[in-house]
Ligand binder design. Structure first.
Ligand code: G6P
Length: 610
């Protein structure tokens, strides 16, 4: 969370910074600010609200500067107002910083600095770091030394950019725990929290490592450890294009991403489905095949939507490969001293590859000797780089804060993994072929659901004024119920709960009355009859039933107030299809209520703080 960008080169910097912030805005949108060096002085503009508000401030200014830093904020310390917005400066207003992360010991450092007479304007942890750098600079008169020394005194996480009128020819960047990418072009450099703000200028990038610092001037850059040892940088080529970052005619990124799913699923499958051999090829796992043969237990760890896909993964892997699986919230896993055996494999699932809790869980599992793998979307992200091996889901950039296409691609990858593991054990080639063939049909079946969007929109309109929703499913569809409820609350602010359908009678049933819409994922599988009984229980209490059902199911018509059909498939593949109407329903309800679909309040796409 929080996006930062810095530029040094020959372009008019305020435009570069504003364009970059717009790309990074999905990371946080509580406030935005920038600092440029104009005629040797630091010029700072910052404003609560979206980047658009900052842009309005700049519009009538005629800046010529070609060096600057900027920030879009997701508030952690201090409310999202103008004063708490970044950049923050030292007491002399000669050193400005933008920061993504949290300085955990800010309070004690602040007290020490206040005792020495330093004063503060904001409530943020970041300002403490700026003032500390300034205090050290007063003694050593060297910006790089001041930054390195200050960073050795702080605990916590940072992706940091520093600009100073003392040494106006450079930007200093530093990273611990929060990502930073350095884009390299001819006589210009762009440093950003992620590559989406860079691709417009260059596809050549260096990913800074943890505890690395970069000193960037107009025509060169040097990377070092915090202890002043020079490090060797590897230049990577970005596999990203600008079109992927645009809405391409859709009203919102979320809608575009929902409609991309037939393609993104095909991208996840490409080259991996070996139909004739009845198996799956996952090249990224080649180095750990032997570990999989001997694995005693798998632990899947993730947050948010990715945690829901982990739950489906548990069902899939236990079903097809008969390997015990545990699913852990990354935030719990990292702090509860989990028992991990050397022959355990831990798999972290993350769209962004930057979620702080998931990254910390990866490090915890590594420290305990497990083999740690990643199922990640963003190539080159921190989790992708911290894991021993992994599988990219290849869903392309996901910009809408509510995850959609990443979820279905994660499910596709987990299904392939389960088949691969099953084939290493007792799954027959014939059975595997049947599943793989059906997997290959899923993108076309998903297209059919999208063709039904108008019907789903009408249902959304009818129920959008409800204050609460319940989502119920069983077996493979239980995690889908959780994901459906999460989608709705994220973007429409309607209270929604997902539950295993049979658990309803142990509590949530008390909530049901004629005002409660209950969404049942009631596809035809071995427990279909049971879910019909659960529907009856809701109907008996006058709840309104919205059913996601298998096409041609006539029986369900007698049970549901509203019916959304999805194509028939294997029960284990149902989640990939069943979630799509729920994504669309949440989307249309959000639009109907006039909410900000792509940037819902209080949320951020990439949660890089604990
Ligand atoms: C945030 C996002 C969610 C996402 C979760 C985990 O809360 O808003 O959409 O599911 O983080 O993110 P990850 O990138 O690790 O999958």
């Amino acid at each position: 969370m929080c996006g930062i960008i810095g530029y040094i080169g020959n372009r008019q910097v305020s435009n570069v910074l504003i364009n970059g912030l717009k790309r990074l805005e999905y990371r946080g949108y509580d406030s935005a600010g920038l600092c440029i060096l104009e005629n040797g002085n630091l010029e700072i503009l910052k404003k609560a609200g979206k980047v658009y508000e900052l842009e309005k401030l700049i519009n009538h200014q005629q800046y010529t500067s070609t060096i600057g830093i900027a920030h879009t904020r997701w508030a952690t310390h201090g409310e999202p107002n103008d004063i708490n917005a970044h950049p923050h400066t030292d007491c002399n207003s000669k050193i400005a910083i933008v920061h993504n992360g949290i300085i955990e010991n800010y309070f004690s450092i602040k007290k020490q600095l206040q005792a020495k007479g330093f004063t503060f304007k904001s409530e943020t942890d970041t300002e403490v770091l700026a003032v500390l750098i300034g205090a050290i600079y007063e003694k050593c008169q060297n910006l790089e030394i001041a930054v390195r020394t200050a960073l050795s005194e702080v605990t916590g996480t940072f992706g940091l950019l520093v600009l100073s009128s003392y040494e106006p020819d450079k930007i200093i960047a530093a990273r611990r725990g929060s990502p930073l990418v350095l884009g390299i072009s001819k006589n210009e450099f762009i440093i950003s929290s992620d590559a989406t703000a860079i691709i417009q200028y260059t596809s050549q990038v260096v990913y800074l490592s943890d505890n690395e610092i970069a000193i960037v001037t107009n025509n060169q850059f040097t990377t070092k450890t915090m202890n002043n040892q020079e490090t060797k940088s590897i230049i990577h080529k970005l596999d990203l294009n600008l079109e992927q970052l645009e809405k391409n005619g859709f009203e919102h990124f979320m809608l575009k991403e929902i409609y991309e799913q037939p393609n993104t699923l095909n991208d996840a499958f490409r080259g991996r489905l070996l139909v004739d051999e009845g198996t799956i090829k996952l090249g990224g796992l080649r180095s750990v095949y032997d570990k999989f043969r001997n694995v005693r237990r798998l632990i899947l760890t993730a947050c948010g939507t990715s945690w829901h896909s982990a739950l489906v993964g548990e069902y899939l892997i236990e079903h097809l490969a008969q390997i015990p699986v545990e699913v852990e919230y990354a935030s719990e896993f990292r702090y509860r001293n989990p028992i991990i055996y050397p022959d355990d494999i831990v798999i972290a699932i993350s769209q962004s590859g930057e979620t702080a809790d998931t990254l910390a869980a990866v490090n915890e599992a590594k420290n305990k000797g497990a083999t740690v793998l990643g199922i990640v979307n963003v190539v080159g992200s921190s989790i992708a780089r911290a894991t021993d091996a992994g599988i990219y889901i290849h869903a392309g950039p996901e910009i809408g804060v509510a995850s959609t296409k990443a979820f279905t691609s994660q499910l596709a990858v987990l299904t392939m993994l389960a088949i691969m593991l099953g084939r290493m054990r007792n799954l027959s080639a014939i059975e595997a072929k049947k599943i793989i063939n059906e997997l290959a049909n899923i993108p076309d079946k998903l297209k059919k659901i999208l063709e039904n969007a108008e019907h789903i929109k009408a249902i959304a309109k009818k129920y959008c004024k409800s204050s609460n929703f319940l989502y119920l499913g069983r077996g493979y569809n239980f995690p889908v119920a959780l994901e459906g409820a999460l989608k709705l609350k994220e973007i429409s602010y309607i209270h929604a709960e997902g539950y295993p359908a049979a658990e309803m009678k142990h509590g949530p049933i008390a909530l049901i009355d004629e005002n409660m819409p209950v969404v049942f994922i009631a596809t035809q599988d071995e427990i279909y009859e049971k879910i019909l009984s659960n529907i009856e229980e809701v109907r008996a209490r006058k709840g309104k039933v919205i059913a996601i059902a298998t096409e041609e199911d006539e029986v369900i018509k007698n049970y549901a107030n509203e019916l959304i059909y999805i194509p028939k498939t294997l029960p284990m593949l149902t989640p990939i299809l069943a979630v799509v109407p729920l994504q669309l329903m949440a989307y249309y309800i959000s639009v109907e209520l006039g909410c900000n679909v792509d940037q819902p309040r209080n949320l951020a796409k990439s949660v890089t703080v604990e």
